[in-house]
Design a protein around this ligand. Structure first.
Ligand code: PMP
Length: 424
C-alpha cells in the first residue's frame, strides 16, 4: 500500500498523502458546492480564488515581490517553456530595438524596418549554457525555432568531462554574447544529477541592478532551495516534481517584460524580420493579461499545487529556508552512505555540482555493473524503495530526493545503500 512505499521517481513525483486525500474529496465535491473541482468553470470566482491564492503563496514562500514578478500558469510543460522563452524574450528584444530605432529615426517606418532587419542579422543572439540533457534540449529547440546562427553555445559541459555531463565549466571559460536577448541555464539537471551550487556570479547584476537577462529552468529543484529571484527575468518549472500534479507549468516573469513596459511585436513585423510567430497559448503577454485564463486551465492542478504550497508554508515557518535545510540533510545522508563505500558506488557528477534533488550513481561489484545494479534495485524494492532506476539515456541509479520524500525515506535509502555494500 501507499504507506509501505517511498517513491524516488524523477517526475511525476510522489505527492503528500494528506494533499491527495483532500484533493480526492475536492474532486467529488469542492467546498460543499456539490460539484467537483475539475467540473467547476475555470471562469468561476472559486477558480479565480484558487489561482490568486496559489500565486500569492508561491511569492510568499519563495520571497519575491508580486509587484515586480507575474506568476503565470501554462500547460505545455517544461518542453513548452523551451519554446515560450525563445518567442517571448526574442520578441522583447525586437520590441526594445524597435523603440530605440523609432527614437533615432522618427516616423520613417521603412528606414526603421531596414535598420531593424540589419540589427536582427548582425546583433540578435540568444545564449545557452549546456550542463545536461535538459539544457541541451532547450538549446536545440532554440536552434530549431530561430535558426542555429542566432543561438550561441556559451559552454558545453561535455567538453571538459570526456563527452559526458557531470561538471559545470568554470565561468572564466564561458563565451557570453555581448547584449544577448537572454542567457539560459538549467539550475538542476534531472537526468545527469548536476545542480548549480549557487547563482552564476558572472550573471549577477551590478549594484544598480543592471545585468544580463537571465532565464532559468527550475523544473526539478524549485521550492527546494532559496533562489535569488531578482537576478532572473524568467524562471519556469513544470509542477510534477516539487509543486504538484502533472498538467500545469509555472512561469515567474519580471513585469518589465509585460505591457505597458514591453509590448510584443506584431505578427506582420515578425514575418518581415524572418522571426518565428509565437502560438498564442505560449505568449506570456496574453496569458498574463487574462490571469492565466486565456483558455481552459486545469484548475484541479492549480488547486493541488496550491495545497502543496499551503502545506509547505504551514510546515516551515521560515518558508523555503526550512525546506532547504531538510533537503540538504536528506541529500547528505544519501551521499554520505554512498561515499562510505567507494569500492561499490560511484557518484556520477563531480562533487562540487552534485544535485540535492537527483542523486545519480553507479553500482559495481566484482567489475559487474549491470547485474549489480539489478541486484541493488531488487534489494531496495523489497524494502519498499521504488522508482530508483536511472533515466533510460544514461542508465545507473537515480534517487530523486524531492520535497515529498520524508527524512525517514532518505534514512531508509541510506541504510539500503550501506547494507547492500556490506552484503556479499
Ligand atoms: N526541464 C527539466 C529540468 C526537466 O526535468 C524536465 C522533465 N523531467 C523538463 C524540463 C521537461 O518537462 P516536461 O516533461 O514537463 O515537458
Amino acid at each position: 500500500s501507499r504507506s509501505d512505499i517511498t517513491y524516488f521517481g524523477a517526475g511525476p513525483a510522489a505527492l503528500p498523502t494528506d494533499v491527495l486525500e483532500a484533493a480526492s474529496k475536492a474532486l467529488l465535491d469542492y467546498n460543499g458546492t456539490g460539484l467537483g473541482i475539475a467540473e467547476h468553470s475555470h471562469r468561476s470566482e472559486l477558480a479565480t480564488n484558487i489561482i490568486n491564492e496559489a500565486k500569492a503563496d508561491l511569492a510568499n514562500y519563495l520571497g519575491f515581490s508580486p509587484e515586480q514578478y507575474e506568476v503565470i500558469f501554462m500547460q505545455a510543460g517544461g518542453t513548452g517553456e523551451f519554446a515560450a522563452s525563445v518567442y517571448n524574450l526574442v520578441g522583447a528584444w525586437v520590441s526594445r530595438q524597435h523603440a530605440a530605432l523609432k527614437k533615432e529615426l522618427g516616423d520613417d517606418e521603412e528606414a526603421i524596418l531596414a535598420a531593424l532587419r540589419k540589427k536582427v542579422e548582425t546583433e540578435l543572439k540568444v545564449d545557452y549554457i549546456v550542463t545536461g540533457g535538459w539544457s541541451l534540449k532547450a538549446y536545440q529547440e532554440a536552434q530549431r525555432l530561430l535558426g542555429p546562427e542566432y543561438v550561441n553555445l556559451v559552454a558545453d559541459a561535455r567538453t571538459i568531462n570526456g563527452g559526458k555531463f557531470g561538471k559545470i565549466p568554470d565561468e572564466s571559460t564561458w563565451k557570453l554574447s555581448k547584449d544577448a536577448a537572454y542567457v539560459y541555464f538549467c539550475d538542476n539537471e534531472t537526468v545527469d544529477g548536476v545542480e548549480f551550487p549557487s547563482f552564476p556570479s558572472i550573471l549577477t547584476p551590478d549594484a544598480n541592478g543592471n545585468g544580463p537577462i537571465v532565464v532559468a529552468d527550475m523544473s526539478s529543484n524549485i521550492l527546494s532551495r532559496r533562489i535569488p529571484v531578482n537576478n532572473h527575468s524568467l524562471i519556469f518549472f513544470g509542477a510534477q516534481k516539487n509543486l504538484g500534479s502533472t498538467g500545469v507549468t509555472v512561469a515567474i516573469l519580471k513585469k518589465n517584460f509585460l505591457p505597458p513596459h514591453t509590448v510584443q511585436p506584431s505578427p506582420p513585423l515578425l514575418r518581415k524580420l524572418g522571426l518565428p510567430i509565437p502560438p498564442i497559448v505560449l505568449q506570456y503577454e496574453i496569458i498574463a493579461k487574462n490571469n492565466s485564463l486565456y483558455n481552459t486551465l486545469s484548475i484541479f492542478d492549480v488547486y493541488v499545487a496550491g495545497q502543496v504550497l499551503k502545506k509547505l508554508l504551514s510546515t516551515y515557518p521560515d518558508k523555503v529556508d526550512g525546506q532547504q535545510a531538510v533537503a540538504e540533510k536528506k541529500a547528505s545522508l544519501i551521499y554520505g552512505a554512498l561515499e562510505a563505500h567507494p569500492e561499490v558506488y560511484r557518484i556520477v557528477p563531480d562533487k562540487a555540482v552534485r544535485s540535492k534533488m537527483n542523486i545519480c550513481f553507479r553500482v559495481t561489484k566484482n567489475g559487474d555493473t549491470d547485474e549489480t545494479e539489478k541486484a541493488f534495485l531488487k534489494a531496495a524494492t523489497a524494502l519498499g524503495l521504488t522508482g530508483l532506476k536511472g533515466h533510460r539515456s544514461v542508465g545507473g541509479i537515480r534517487a530523486s530526493n524531492y520535497n515529498s520524500i520524508p527524512l525517514e525515506g532518505a534514512e531508509k535509502l541510506a541504510k539500503v545503500i550501506d547494507d547492500f555494500a556490506k552484503s556479499s
